[in-house]
Design a protein around this ligand. Structure first.
Ligand SMILES: [Ca+2]
Ligand SMILES: [Ca+2]
Length: 185
């Protein structure tokens, strides 16, 4: 059936008055409820906290991985995303950081993303004085800090607001940001 024939058939089947003049265009969502789309990827942040490795496993169980900052637009998005989360969901609660998919657990001070890409200096957003691989007094094995989280700024748009990464001990409990590919229909 040609498109023309199909239209004629529709007109035969339905009274003209019932055919909407402006057909509603329904675009199916590319991300699941609770996720936010950015750059053809779906991002979510957890209410619960986990150690970095368990956070990563949870993201993978849901078909994704911890979030990767590929460029400045990603960093802007994730800063805004974690900032909004902190404002909207955690008033009165302490929000330290949200894990992202960056670690130097294999080789100290050699940071690698979960997609196995090395950290590029041009796409690096450390907070002042970070990464410092701080070794806590309880850290008997002196593992230091090998997993990276975004610490959202207190003020949106504050000076250096994009520079908010901190290396944190991997066994610390943090919220975490997962990403997965947006479903292209
Ligand atoms: Ca380290
Ligand atoms: Ca640190």
């Amino acid at each position: 059936m040609t498109e023309f024939e199909a239209r004629i058939r529709t007109l035969q089947l339905f009274p003209v008055s019932l055919i909407p003049t402006t057909p509603e265009i329904v675009i199916p969502p590319r991300c699941n409820p609770g996720q936010q789309e950015h750059a053809s990827r779906c991002f979510s942040i957890t209410d619960s906290i986990s150690k970095w490795k368990e956070a990563r496993e949870d993201c993978q169980r849901h078909g994704g991985d911890l979030a990767v900052v590929q460029d400045m637009e990603d960093q802007k998005f994730l800063t805004n995303f974690t900032y909004q989360f902190k404002q909207n969901h955690l008033s009165g609660q302490v929000f330290h950081a949200a894990w992202i998919g960056l670690t130097d657990e294999k080789t100290e001070n050699s940071f690698v993303w979960v997609n196995n890409k090395a950290l590029q200096s041009s796409v690096t957003f450390w907070s002042k004085g970070e990464p410092n691989n701080f070794i806590a007094t309880w850290d008997k094995e002196e593992n230091g800090q090998d997993c990276v989280g975004i610490v959202p700024p207190d003020d949106f748009g504050a000076e250096r607001w994009l520079f908010n990464w901190d290396d944190i001990t991997c066994v610390g409990g943090r919220h975490y940001v997962c990403e997965s590919k947006a479903v292209v229909s």
